[in-house]
Design a protein around this ligand. Structure first.
Ligand code: SIN
Length: 540
């Protein structure tokens, strides 16, 4: 008989930790984290957490902004839950010790793109995610019902019939074991590593999404990948995030001629929705001969803000390259940042697979639609992490303990270098062919790269060889395949998905969610898996 716990939580970012804390009141929780708990997308979040703490009118305005940014595809019910429960969850988080920046004793708030007012809380200037992670992690570590398996990954979900009943774990030393659980909550974050240019840390390989898909979970809205407009752009330097809060505090965008250009693209200029700014920078960054041109963030004219104190992390990073926010133009261009799609869930984190729940970036709750409103993601993790855990508890009478066969083997690893070659090829192809500007021909090339990567990985994993990088590579292939299939099927442009060959938004045919299930893409009006109303079916 395998080891047992009541609940497994995959991922230790904001959604995973919040879910674990809730579940710990009802049983034993195992939180599985590929690296140390501090290494999650959450911990890297700079700008902040958007929350309307000023009463009903404030909440209504936050809803309006969220719907507006999402370009017609936000699930209004899910977004209403997000903005209404957000203030409660954030107040709870503050009660648990999360310290947000204050001015004169009051919570300080900044503004980011497509927000109609300043409502974004931040911590330690530009280290909001790290502070939230710290507070949740401390609380979870002190809970005797929560155990952490760090430097360990979930290599497979174990099933009995159609139900998820546990996980297969792969430790850093290659040891594989099984753990039985009544329910598994996937909160493994996003998949920025699918693209060669990303703001995401190396752990963001979409493992949870691929594991869920492998047991039959439906994926939704996978073509909507958000490209952050302003990642640092210097040859040889990491694509470090230059937070949208810089523009919230007055940073301007300038092209290679020193001109401000955003007024030609959107009335909100530098604070336009993220997809609009990202495409504008891409266009300004290509010369008439197709040559790359620099685009800059300019904070030189910003007064009344101590930039080094307000943005200490960014300032430290820039100093390594001899740059200073108040003195220099900062070269930027877009990079893959956030997956709006993911595992299709209802309003409570339930997937279509019994025993399997999802929350945070790995899930598609529908709150982001085609384009996420800046700083709504930490809030989503907090609100829907708690809701998914509550749903598990509500479903407990259907989630009886089920034995899974014991396993304790030392896995043989595949050729590590060959796996890296496959990953690099896939990431480059995704960036070139399934990035900000897409068309049918490029998407076909991306699809071919996905198919080739899959074939090579199958050969590398022959005979049961397995390693963390092989599991990650397979996950990236699954996620990339779903992005490409959905992007191919959506023959229109909307939010973060822009087709050069179909540049218009086409509500009649495509005001619907793409659902990837059983190797096909279908479009459904209803995003919630419990309330399906199919409107069309297109093979990916
Ligand atoms: C940022 O600081 O610009 C990122 C915040 C977000 O992704 O919402």
């Amino acid at each position: 008989m395998a080891a047992k716990t009541d609940f497994v939580v995959l991922g230790a970012g904001i959604a995973g930790l919040r879910a674990a804390i809730e579940l710990a009141a009802h049983g034993h929780v195992l939180v599985v984290s590929k690296e140390a708990v501090a290494e999650s997308n959450t911990a890297y979040a700079q700008g902040g957490i958007a929350v309307a703490m000023g009463g009903e009118a404030d909440v209504a305005l936050h809803l309006e902004d969220t719907l507006g940014a999402g370009d017609g595809l936000v699930d209004a019910e899910a977004a209403a839950v997000l903005v209404a429960e957000g203030p409660v969850r954030v107040a709870e988080l503050i009660g648990w010790g999360a310290e947000f920046d204050r001015e004169g004793g009051e919570l300080a708030r900044t503004r980011e793109g497509a927000h109609s007012l300043a409502r974004i809380l931040h911590a330690n200037g530009d280290a909001t995610g790290a502070e939230i992670s710290r507070a949740l992690h401390e609380l979870a570590r002190g809970n005797e019902h929560i155990r952490f398996a760090e430097w360990t990954m979930v290599a497979e979900l174990e099933t009995a019939g159609s139900r998820v009943v546990g996980v297969r774990l792969l430790a850093a030393d290659g040891r594989m074991t099984r753990v039985a659980a009544r329910a598994v909550v996937v909160a493994g974050g996003g998949a920025g590593q699918v693209y060669s240019d990303t703001t995401n840390p190396a752990v963001a390989t979409g493992d949870g999404i691929a594991l869920a898909a492998a047991v039959g979970a439906e994926l939704a809205d996978m073509e909507f990948y958000q490209f952050h407009p302003t990642a640092f752009a210097k040859e040889g330097a990491p694509r470090f995030l230059m937070s949208e809060a810089l523009r919230g505090e007055g940073a301007l965008l300038r092209n290679h001629q020193g001109e401000r250009f955003m007024e030609r693209y959107h009335r909100l200029r530098e604070l336009a929705p993220r997809d609009v700014v990202a495409r504008a920078i891409t266009r300004e960054g290509i010369g008439t001969e197709g040559e790359a041109l620099p685009v800059y963030l300019d904070m030189r004219g910003v007064s009344g803000v101590d930039l080094a104190a307000r943005f200490p992390g960014i300032s430290r990073f820039l100093a390594e390259y001899g740059l200073n926010l108040g003195r220099d133009l900062i070269p930027v261009r877009p990079a893959a940042h956030y997956l709006m799609g993911g595992i299709r869930t209802d309003l409570d984190g339930r997937t279509n697979v019994p025993g399997l729940y999802a929350a945070g970036e790995a899930a598609c709750t529908g709150v982001h639609g085609a384009n996420r409103l800046a700083s709504n993601s930490l809030l989503e993790g907090l609100v829907f992490g708690a809701r998914a855990a509550k749903a598990v508890v509500a479903d407990l009478d259907k989630l009886s303990e089920t034995d899974v066969e014991a396993l304790d083997v030392q896995a043989e690893a595949p050729d590590a270098e060959a796996v890296e070659v496959v990953i690099a090829g896939l990431r480059g192809a995704m960036w070139r062919h399934a990035g900000l500007l897409r068309d049918a021909e490029g998407l076909r090339a991306a699809q071919a790269a996905v198919a080739e990567a899959l074939e090579t990985l199958e050969a590398l994993g022959a005979g049961g060889r397995v390693s963390r990088r092989l599991v990650e590579a397979r996950a990236m292939v699954v996620v990339a395949g779903a992005i490409v299939a959905s992007a191919t099927a959506r023959r229109e442009s909307r939010g973060a998905h822009f087709r050069l060959d179909y540049p218009q938004r086409e509500d009649a045919a495509f005001c619907a969610h793409s659902i990837v299930a059983g190797g096909r893409v279908v479009f459904e009006k209803e995003r919630n898996p419990g309330r399906k109303r199919a409107v069309g079916s297109i093979s990916g």
